[in-house]
Unconditional design. Sequence first.
Lengths: 114, 114
Amino acid sequence: DVKVTQSSRYLVKRTGEKVFLECVQDMDHENMFWYRQDPGLGLRLIYFSYDVKMKEKGDIPEGYSVSREKKERFSLILESASTNQTSMYLCASSLTVRANNEQFFGPGTRLTVL
Amino acid sequence: GESVGLHLPTLSVQEGDNSIINCAYSNSASDYFIWYKQESGKGPQFIIDIRSNMDKRQGQRVTVLLNKTVKHLSLQIAATQPGDSAVYFCAEFLRLPSGYALNFGKGTSLLVTP
């Protein structure tokens, strides 16, 4: 079974702090994704990586950056956390860049910014 | 006061009845779709997928119907069980310059009552 893990289930940070959310997948998948999930808005893509050191912006990249130094690990960085970044963050991975590849999701990190 | 857009559409069905969850997608060029189920506290899990060259696909107790003319998907769950209570998302594949990512609907909450 594919396993996607996220470093924290719950996180509380203060406005202005730098925040790191880590995601690891164990199936040698090429693609990794970061989404945020908000009530009434569904899942929105923040960033996407199709290879080590490669990244692409999704729908809502502002206020975020990402890092993919190793194939199995994809980090989401909030350079200066703000209250409007309070959300559920979901990481996903898929095998290749083809459209018919299922994405496997981690359990999510619920981030609260005070 | 109540905030607009923060409440998911909710479908309430009795145990044993059939459920139909509907979804409208946005991109007429989308050629692959997935239904995901998300239980409380967990990440989304794949249920069933369908390509645009099909109009129906069946799985175990689930059927997905695709109407490309009106850009509409539906998920039918037969003999709904309490374990089916969850939020259901449809997703279309969104083409990015270097691959694909999922464009999610806002979700429907299914509540199964005994």
